[in-house]
Ligand binder design. Structure first.
Ligand code: PEP
Ligand code: MN
Length: 524
């Protein structure tokens, strides 16, 4: 592994799941445009998430990450965004109530467009066509499968519109904890779920009222105060050309106002913990030469990351501002199970950025390989920087997770252990083998097994990673993509409202079922 890192050094490495564009000139034109477009998120927000994840790593907060397998440009619309937001908020409220832990919310949203595929082609209506790679690569319509660089711009603008509406909703009281029933819970038909949720609301409202009286204010029950909550964005960083275009340098000198660490004063009491001291200490460790560089005050830092990289001389201290690279397209990005090769392009890209990052880990990951990947992507051992996202499958988690935990325990890495209870549990429907499905019992089994194993090992399951949706059809019925849950969906029901263009998602009710279950287990 060479020490020289730049936002484009991944280009010298073998790349898995590459997208080959025919019109290279067109691609270059699009990338030039993307490099000039403004960030979607800021380093301050990214650093804040990293410090919140350091809390998660030591059991002082719980991480809830969820959303679509793949967002679609067509779903960038008012109702779908509101449904996604309200579902994640409801789930977090249920978990917060049960566990008494602050919940860090990360949505697979505002950029989750690119998909890795197991095969480059697929058969649609008896014709072999290129596989659908996500809306930022090609179209779902079989006649539109050639990769089109223009779609990268589409991804940026749809991400921007989505995030803009989320920010607007959050700053307009959508997440006001005094009004959670407005978060479109009303269409949930299950009387048990309605009753369980009313119980949560009543007791929460009691606490809020008490805190108001006791503190003379909102009580700060939530991060950001009781009036609103924070929500972070995430996506799989698969298309490295796109990610590179949003990899921007931020130096202490030139971006003082942007890159100063988040003021602790803004965090409500529940988010403060002793682990912050550790984060502070870790942040002040000497930076690896590969990730921290010094560049001249001028020329302007606002130039594109790639032009900046010309100034970057790894390991060489230059006279003024310290510079870190942030991926400003999203707060959190992860490496998929198909692109996490130790010597591959994705690991190379990830090792240079300051964002908190995830790495998907399945049964094919060797324990010593996991440690080697962690050493590469987190050389400074920053707590909360890496989330290990286990996706073993309900029947394999007990076989593989213990070895991975043991291997990491022998190191000084403080990781967030997260359970992706979806990707190891995909099956074909029995009634229609063309439909992919997941069984609710498998999802629950993988989560509870992960909790049990961590308890036995003295480590902490910090969070879950789920594919879910609040989407409903015109009649208000939730999607029918996964089997089971309190609605007792059966295999024969799947075709009723099967809408995903990618992996099957937990629907509104099934997601709330999972949240109640997690809350119960965290209580225990
Ligand atoms: C995903 O998260 O949608 C995904 C493709 O996961 P994995 O890389 O774990 O298969
Ligand atoms: Mn998926």
């Amino acid at each position: 592994m060479s020490l020289q890192w730049t936002p484009s050094s991944w280009r010298d490495k073998p790349i898995a799941q590459d997208v080959v564009y025919e019109d290279k000139e067109h691609l270059e034109k699009v990338l030039t445009k993307l490099r000039r477009l403004p960030p979607l998120v800021t380093p301050v927000e990214i650093d804040r998430l990293r410090s919140e994840l350091a809390d998660v790593a030591v059991g002082k907060a719980f991480l809830l990450q969820g959303g679509d397998c793949a967002e679609l440009f067509d779903d960038c619309s008012q109702d779908p965004i509101e449904h996604k937001l309200s579902l994640i908020l409801l789930m977090s409220l249920i978990i917060l109530h049960g566990s008494r832990l602050p919940v860090v919310r990360i949505a697979r949203i505002a950029g989750q467009y690119a998909k890795p595929r197991s095969k480059p082609t697929e058969v649609v209506s008896k014709k072999e066509v290129l596989s659908f790679r996500g809306d930022n690569v090609n179209g779902y319509d079989p006649s539109d499968r050639n990769p089109d660089p223009e779609r990268l711009l589409g991804a940026y603008f749809h991400s921007t519109a989505t995030l803009n509406y989320i920010r607007a909703l959050l700053s307009s009281g959508f997440a006001n904890l005094h009004k959670p029933l407005d978060w479109s819970f009303s269409h949930v038909r299950s009387p048990q779920l309605q009753a369980a949720f009313s119980g949560v609301i009543e007791s929460l409202q009691d606490s809020l009222d008490f805190m108001k009286v006791a503190t003379g204010g909102s009580g700060g029950l939530e991060r950001g105060g009781a009036e609103t909550v924070s929500l972070y964005t995430s996506h799989e960083a698969l298309l490295l050309e796109y990610e590179e275009a949003f990899t921007r340098a931020h130096g202490i000198t030139s971006f003082q106002s942007f890159s100063s660490p988040p003021t602790r004063g803004h965090s409500p009491p529940m988010s403060r913990s002793s682990s912050h001291a550790r984060v502070g200490a870790a942040n002040s460790l000497p930076h690896s030469p590969a990730r921290t560089v010094r560049i001249p005050k001028s020329p302007g830092l606002s130039d594109s990351a790639s032009s900046l990289s010309m100034h970057v001389q790894n390991g060489q201290k230059r006279s003024d501002g310290e510079v870190k690279y942030y991926n400003v397209s999203s707060h959190f990005i992860w490496i998929g199970d198909r692109t996490r090769q130790l010597d591959g392009a994705h690991v190379e890209y990830f090792r240079g950025i300051a964002n908190p990052i995830g790495i998907k880990v399945g049964p094919t990951m060797k324990a010593d390989e996991l440690v080697r990947v962690l050493n590469v992507i987190n050389p400074d051992r920053i707590p909360g920087k890496v989330t290990v996202i286990g996706r073993y499958g309900a029947d394999k988690v007990a076989e593989f997770l213990p070895g991975h935990i043991d291997a990491v325990k022998t190191t000084d890495h403080v990781v967030v252990w997260q359970c992706d209870a979806m990707h190891g549990n995909t099956k074909s429907s029995k009634t229609d083998p063309t439909l992919k499905t997941r069984h609710f019992v498998d999802v629950i089994h993988e989560i509870t097994e992960s909790m049990r194993i961590h308890r036995e090992k003295g480590t902490i399951l910090g969070g879950v990673h789920l594919e879910l949706t609040g989407e409903v059809n015109e009649q208000g019925f939730s999607v029918t993509e996964c089997i089971g849950g309190s609605m007792e969906l059966e295999d024969e029901d799947l075709s009723f409202n099967y809408r995903t263009h990618c992996d099957p998602r937990l629907n509104y009710e099934q997601s709330l079922d999972v949240a109640f279950l997690i809350a119960d287990h965290l209580k225990a």
